[in-house]
Design a protein around this ligand. Structure first.
Ligand SMILES: [Zn+2]
Length: 120
């Protein structure tokens, strides 16, 4: 526990794009930009680096939950490659970009829970 917050609570608050410490205020301003500090509890959220971690996790999730199962469906093999590939690439792009902010929130929650701040 950190500040009386369990790991699962910190991850769920992050998934909701809220401050992992208090869960009250948004942790992001805009699409992926983390706020400097929580407006409710003043936790310095910008000190917790997420770097490329959320992108890797998002790619792994999309790859394992969407791309791999897609091979099991018949449509994948019935339509011409010129139709399947652009359709899959565009739809996977949208899914990846939609999931990324939430995965980044959860990653921020994990970094906050573990206390992994940037060295300054
Ligand atoms: Zn807060």
């Amino acid at each position: 526990m950190r500040n009386g917050v369990k790991l699962t609570t910190a991850l769920l608050r992050g998934l909701q794009r809220k401050c992992p410490c208090c869960g009250e205020a948004p942790a992001f301003r805009g699409y992926l930009k983390v706020v400097d500090a929580c407006s409710h509890c003043q936790t310095p959220l910008s000190l917790y680096p997420t770097d490329d971690g959320p992108a890797y996790v998002t790619m792994i999730l999309v790859g394992h939950l969407i791309i791999a199962p897609a091979f099991m469906f018949g449509f994948f093999y019935e339509y011409p490659l010129q139709v399947v590939v652009p359709t899959m690439v565009i739809s996977l792009g949208f899914v990846t970009l939609a999931a990324l902010p939430y995965v980044k929130g959860a990653f921020l929650g994990l970094m906050w829970y573990l206390g992994l701040k940037q060295a300054r």
